[in-house]
Design a protein around this ligand. Sequence first.
Ligand code: OAD
Length: 263
Amino acid sequence: MSLDLILPDSLVKAFKTARHVTVFTGAGVSAESGVPTFRDAHTGLWARFEPTALATSEAFEADPALVWGWYEWRRSRVMRAAPNPAHEAIVRLARHVPAISVVTQNVDDLHERAGSRSVAHLHGRLMQPRCFACGTPWRYPDGMPNEPEDGRRVTPPECPECAGPIRPGVVWFGEPLPADEWQRALGAAAGCDLFITVGTSAMVYPAAELPRIAAGQGARVLQINPQATALDSLADWNLVGAAGVVLPALIGAVFDDASPTTG
Ligand code: OAD
């Protein structure tokens, strides 16, 4: 799909003069890869599933096979998905600016598979589970998992160290963010001069503080989202549309770097 963007001069200048760009992504950046978001009406995961029954340590203790099965269903969908033009445009952006930080709330690995490096994953990683009891990392066997139907129970593997159940490598409600990744995200927000927020409703804290921290330190804020969000009034510019369309068109227009998808 192609898009002719009319960009304000101020936005083009912000890109061309930026010394450090931080890109902050949410579920919307992976939506066009077929990975569901959380809060979109009808299609969002939290419209169909109850977070407290699936995304808390209490839920895992109460019914480990229900929770593990649900995350196996999500992992299988991610493994069958491919990065989309939004993930790819972020990789191209990195070639045009002196420094870039990518901070995501997503537990998928689509930024990495597109080619982004050193991505801070504030809410953990689906592909890196660990023992619920002793924390030892656990490696999935190679190969594509079977696709369990959503709602099907799958008994979690046993930890080879302590025989405890293996849990998904994600941050559940009520759990702290991984400290090192949060510190990197704070540094990226406070140290950038252009902060781009893509495909997040910005409703989950502390991640949603990052755009505000960036703005408070003097960064300009660009938002890319097809819907209104909590950040509309904070952002200096709002580009309304799907990330997989807007981001490639934006990078193409600002840096004269057209991807095959921007026609
Ligand atoms: P949400 O589901 O809350 O928000 C997704 C956002 O993506 C919405 O603002 C949509 O309008 C937007 N969107 C949808 N399609 C898009 C597209 N093609 N291009 C761009 N934007 C699009 O997801 P997050 O903000 O990522 O946490 O949610 C934050 C956290 O809440 C998640 O990391 C997860 C969830 O509970 C945990 O699991 C800890």
